[in-house]
Structures are given as C-alpha cells and as structure tokens.
Design a protein. Structure first.
Length: 118
C-alpha cells in the first residue's frame, strides 16, 4: 500500500508494513469525522489479517472506533487475525467509555500481538 500524505502537515498519516504475513497499519494523527473516510479507504486496502498500531493516535472519536469495531467483528466471523497495539487511554478514551477496551484484542507491542494471534 502506498504511504499517505504529500509531505505537508496532515491530520492523519497512515503507513503499512507486513509482519509474519499480517498487514500492520501505523496510524499517526487524529481519527475523527474529518479523517474517517481516509481511514476507511486505507483499511479497505489492507489484507484480511490486520494489526492496527494506534501508538501515534492523538485523538479518536466514536466514528473511528466504529470502523475499528467493524474490522474486528469481520475478523471474528471470517476467522481472520486482528489486533490493536499501542493504544493509549488518554488519546482513545472512547474505547474505555464504551467498554470496548475490555473486549477488543489490545496488546502492548507488535511482538505481543504476533505471539497472541500469529
């Protein structure tokens, strides 16, 4: 997948790599109504197995969380791999407010996620 951004300051930057044949998408910036479409489009290009690195997220709203939950639920029904890493409470409070932080597959590091889902 191509890197997102043209060098200018963007509200959201998305980059991808692969680890153990699983797509890893690094998210940097704001995940909200203004970046939802960009985030959704980028996620649609990812493979079926996915790890989202949210360590660079500066803010997340419920719309972005809805997209994440959708991909998680899709992975549950299709038997594919899905994990979140680098989640910080202060920047993604909506996960805790909704109770989803206790249900989503959240790991501290990429190695932890790969060990759990790989």
């Amino acid at each position: 997948m191509p890197e997102n951004g043209d060098g200018s300051v963007a509200a959201l930057t998305l980059t991808s790599s692969t680890a153990a044949e699983i797509s890893v998408i690094k998210v940097d910036g704001v995940l909200d109504a203004t970046t939802r479409e960009q985030f959704a489009d980028y996620l649609s290009l990812a493979g079926p197995d996915l790890i989202l690195d949210l360590g660079g997220v500066t803010f997340m709203d419920s719309r972005a969380l809805g997209l994440i939950v959708h991909h998680w639920q899709t992975s549950l029904t299709s038997g594919t791999k899905f994990a979140l890493i680098g989640v910080e409470y202060s920047k993604s409070k909506v996960m805790w407010i909704t109770g989803l932080a206790q249900r989503l597959p959240i790991y501290d590091t990429l190695d932890d996620a790969l060990a759990a889902i790989g």
